[in-house]
Every structure is written in C-alpha cells, then in structure tokens.
Design a protein around this ligand. Structure first.
Ligand code: C5P
Length: 222
C-alpha cells in the first residue's frame, strides 16, 4: 500500500481533528494535530509569564521546548517537555490567545520545520490552517473543511454541555469569529484554501458523512 500525506485545513471548530482521527485510524496512519503544537507553546508562555506579543522571547522559549504528539489507545496525548498537557492546552485561556502566538513569522517557521520532519515519511493525516498551502504543498490529498459560524459554535456548545462545562453560545460565536479573523488576516501563511484542495462544507453533514467523503478522495489517489 502506498503511503501518502493527507492535509486537512479549515477554520476553527470545523471538525478537522474529529475527522482527521477517523481517517488516520481507518488507514492506520499517524494523526498530527499541528494546532496542539501552537497551543502547547502558548500554554508554556502563559505559565512562564512571557508576553505573547514578544516574538524573540517566544523564540527563545520554543528553542528549548520539546513538544511531542503521541498516540495512545485513549487518543492523542500531548507532551510538553515530557509532561502531559493534553487537557491544559484546551482551556478557554489558551484557545483565546493561541492565534496571537501563531502570528509570529519566526515561531511559524520553526513549527513548520518540525511539522515537515513529522510528515517526511508520509502515512500521515495532518490538520491545521496552512498544511496544504504551506507545510506540505505536495500532499497527495488536500481537504478544506468549512461550516457556518452558527453551526460550529453550536457543535462546540453541545460538546461543552456534554462535558458539564458552562457554555455561552453567543460568546462562542464571537470567539470563533475573532480567531478566524486573526488566522485569516495574518501576514505569514494565513488560513487559506490551497488551489488544489477539495472543499467540503460540513454544515449539514454528519461526522460519518464527512469522513466518507474524504475517504473517497483518498481512495482515488491510492
Ligand atoms: O486547530 P486548533 O484550533 O487547535 O488551532 C489552534 C490555533 O493554532 C489556531 O487558531 C491558529 O491560530 C493556530 N494554528 C496555526 N496553524 C496551524 C494550526 C494551528 O496557525 N497549522
């Protein structure tokens, strides 16, 4: 079987990680969550009191930081300098500030270098914002997932409530809009659909339907 690279990009909360995990499992590929890498750096910077606007300080921090994405039977685990931070990087505080960290060109350059090393062997499903457009421009399959802000906020709202977290739908919509705006308008490799990406609007589709659509694109390439 040929091992390929599958890039899945799209705006915040469009369901990228959920379907990427399903696709990776079906193909026994490695799932690489690039957002988790930016989140881990953001978490560490907040903990160490480093201002998120200061590119050089963030770079000094990133250079001595090891971020490991591991797959376990319980799902993906994120290790920051050997310590598990899987849940710590999903807090509202990190979510609402990660796009500031991800704007810095030097930070992105280093993250992209690490991501390309992970993708070099193929057999990967990588999700993020710039994977098809920049990180793996020669990915054999490129998917761009979109959904309305209303739909994305409602999904997140439902998830939060199921987890027993307090959740405010209007606030979620505002946060998603704001994060999309920063990610789309930044100067260095902004969120953009690659010319050769297949766009899928997931607004009225189930997770299973989205995964099936992607698998069809994948099987055409294999
Ligand atoms: O995918 P997730 O929502 O966890 O990503 C968190 C943030 O990390 C994004 O909003 C974006 O600012 C940044 N990111 C990025 N490039 C990627 C992946 C994530 O800029 N490839």
């Amino acid at each position: 079987k040929q091992n390929i690279a599958i890039a899945i990009d799209g705006p915040a909360a469009a369901g990228k990680s959920t379907v990427a995990k399903i696709i990776a499992e079906k193909l026994t590929y490695v799932y690489i969550d690039t957002g988790a890498m930016y989140r881990a750096l953001t978490f560490k910077a907040i903990q160490e009191g480093i201002p998120l606007e200061e590119e050089e300080a963030l770079m000094d921090l990133l250079e001595k930081t090891v971020i490991d994405l591991q797959q376990s039977t319980a799902g993906q685990q994120v290790l920051l300098d050997g310590e598990e931070v899987t849940l710590d990087i999903r807090t509202e505080q990190v979510t609402n500030q990660v796009s500031i960290v991800a704007k810095h060109g030097k930070v992105r350059h280093e993250m992209v270098k690490r991501q390309r090393e992970l993708a070099a062997k193929r057999g990967v499903v990588m999700d993020g914002r710039d994977i098809g457009s920049h990180v793996i421009p020669d990915a054999e399959v490129k998917i761009f997932l979109i959904a309305s802000v209303q739909e994305r906020a409602e999904r997140r709202h439902k998830e939060n409530k199921e987890k027993g977290f307090s959740s405010d739908l209007e606030k979620l919509k505002e946060e998603i809009r704001r994060r999309d705006q920063i990610d789309s308008e930044r100067e260095v490799s902004p969120l953009v659909k690659a010319d050769d990406a297949v766009e899928i609007d997931t607004t009225s589709l189930s997770i299973k339907e989205v995964a099936e659509k992607i698998l069809r694109v994948v099987h055409d390439k294999l």
